[in-house]
Design a protein around this ligand. Structure first.
Ligand code: MTE
Length: 314
């Protein structure tokens, strides 16, 4: 076969059908080869991640559920909106600016970051404040590793995060109904940010992060409610003041800064004692499981909150 003359094979015959269909879904296209070439970064690529002991014995949530049942209001408020509407979003090229109270402020290209800090696989539970949950194999890097590169000063007490603003690619930022103020922002105390559990995810299920899950880089704090896991991060700022957080701005009586998973402190409108484990129980329902304090990660994080009133600091 001539070396440089590719036989004419439709792409769906070379690419496994499931992958091809998924790319097509993500791109939100009928089947345009040309359009796919114009946005090659919009579909998942394999990621090499080192296995770790960060695992849970729970059954994994199927990838299909992880990537189609989402909260990402920049793309709409229904659970199916992000997968349906995120096809136009371009997560490449990408930079993350890290600034504020640090010795070495820097703007990192995502590729360079992935080269500088080894990507690990971490299987974490994720508990949404809406009382559903998943078990997700993330690929990512400890936030502590990134922070050590910029050398926080002794004045730094908190870490503030900011998501991207791109109304031209994000229908939830451009429509007549704006569900939240933009950019989506979040924050952690510095010791929470430095905890070994705190991850910057760049992939899941061994592939680059799908747009709807927060491509190309999002926060994962498995002992906190899912809304702390800010997606598509463009800026990380070290500060001496508690940073604002989007859901707290939207409704301070219902969503606190800490947002630690706590079965004993109910949401004002529903119980937090148990959760629906998405993707379990077949077609007719999902299994309900008891919610654990700190989502089962108390051994690693409870000491961060010693002496604090967890009802007042919800
Ligand atoms: N980040 C941004 N930028 N915008 C959002 O709407 N939703 C949050 C969080 N991060 C959100 C976000 C909420 S409420 C949850 S539960 C998780 O993302 C959902 O992550 P998933 O869709 O990957 O499961």
């Amino acid at each position: 076969m001539p070396r440089f003359k590719a036989p004419h094979i439709p792409s769906f015959e070379i690419t496994p059908k499931s992958v091809y269909l998924r790319r097509r879904d993500i791109l939100g296209l009928a089947a345009g080869g040309l359009a796919m070439a114009a946005a090659p970064q919009a579909f998942a690529a394999p990621l090499t991640a080192k296995p770790t002991d960060y695992k849970v014995p729970d059954e994994l949530t199927p990838k299909e559920s992880v990537t189609t049942y989402n909260n990402f209001y920049e793309f709409g408020t229904d659970k199916s909106d992000p997968a349906a509407n995120a096809g136009k979003f371009k997560p490449e090229p990408w930079t993350v600016k890290v600034d504020g109270l640090v010795g070495k402020p820097q703007t990192f290209g995502l590729e360079d970051l992935i080269k500088a800090i080894p990507v690990e696989e971490r299987i974490y539970r994720m508990r949404c404040v809406e009382a559903w949950s998943m078990v997700i194999p993330w690929d990512g890097m400890p936030l502590a590793s990134l922070l050590s590169l910029v050398e926080p000063t002794s004045a730094a007490k908190y870490v503030a995060f900011e998501s991207v603003v791109r109304p031209e690619e994000m229908p939830g930022q451009s429509g007549s109904f704006q569900p939240l103020p933009w950019p989506y922002v979040e924050g952690l105390r510095l010791d929470e940010a430095m905890n070994p559990l705190t991850l910057l995810a760049v992939g899941l299920y061994g592939e680059t992060l799908p747009n709807q899950n927060g491509a190309p880089i999002r926060l994962v704090t498995p002992w906190k409610y899912g809304f702390k896991g800010i997606k598509s991060i463009v800026r990380i700022t070290l500060t001496d003041k508690q940073p604002p957080s989007t859901w707290n701005i939207a409704n301070a009586s219902e969503y606190g800064f800490y947002a630690n998973v706590n079965p004993e402190v109910d949401h004002p409108r529903w119980s937090q004692a148990s959760e629906r484990r998405i993707g379990t129980g077949g077609f007719f329902g999902t299994k309900r499981v008891d919610t654990l304090p700190f989502n089962g990660y108390g051994e690693q994080v409870a000491s961060l909150y010693k002496g604090m009133d967890l009802r007042a600091n919800f």
